[in-house]
Design a protein. Structure first.
Length: 224
């Protein structure tokens, strides 16, 4: 196995969602702490890290707005906490529709694990991270083929739907023969708690991830 790649001082974007490798993420940025960071990432072609919040909110709140379960952080703002495993994000589209507002579209790249984190004085988080291995390519076993078939039918319906005015929520090429890809796309589409999406994203076994997704599909009554 090759030596794990590390990144130092990776800028982080804590969000109330989970970004999966290969997933799409549109963002509107207006907080001062992120405007400069995103501008620099776009200019240099560098990625940033998306991490899922476990405490706090996407937009910084003053300390007096902190709840009992989320005390002030000591810098005048409410406490923020996030998971150690996140996903690198690549900026694919960038626009500035008005001063103080940036719109971007991102693609999830490789997962990473935080080894050190630091909050800068203006509220931006940076971290040293170790990149995690990509999912192994694992074919869809016969007993889980229905999950891939159902996703394929959903993609086809979305592509031909007159009601879909926005871009397709799934990137091509469609890898409907791969366990990890199919599992990741279902995890993005299903209305699951963020904590569960995080747990599934962190799994190193793509076959197990797909098996769990299949169970969720069956429990929620989605036709397979």
């Amino acid at each position: 196995m090759s030596e794990a790649l590390t990144l130092t001082s990776l800028p982080l974007f804590p969000l109330g969602t989970v970004l999966y490798p290969g997933g799409l993420l549109p963002l509107q940025i207006f907080e001062v702490r992120y405007l400069d960071m995103i501008g620099k990432c776009h200019k240099t072609g560098a990625p940033f890290g998306v991490v899922s919040l476990s405490e706090g909110s996407e937009v910084r709140k003053p300390a007096h707005a902190a709840s009992k379960n989320s005390p002030p952080s000591g810098d005048g703002f409410a406490h923020e906490a996030f998971h150690d495993v996140g996903t690198l994000a690549r900026i694919d589209a960038f626009s500035v529709p008005q001063p103080g507002l940036i719109r971007i579209e991102c693609t999830g790249l490789q997962r990473f694990k935080i080894t050190r984190r630091e909050k800068l004085k203006h509220g931006l988080w940076i971290a040293d991270v170790t990149q995690l291995d990509d999912d192994m390519a694992v074919g869809i076993p016969p007993d889980l083929q229905k999950t891939a078939d159902a996703l394929g039918k959903l993609i086809e319906r979305l592509a031909h739907s007159d009601t879909v005015t926005a871009k397709m929520p799934i990137h091509t090429p469609y890898r409907l023969e791969d366990c990890g890809w199919v599992a990741n796309r279902w995890c993005e589409l299903l209305p699951m708690p963020v904590a569960l999406k995080q747990q599934l994203m962190e799994l190193d076994n793509p076959l197990l991830r797909l098996e769990l997704v299949c169970d969720i599909l069956e429990r929620t009554g989605i036709s397979l």
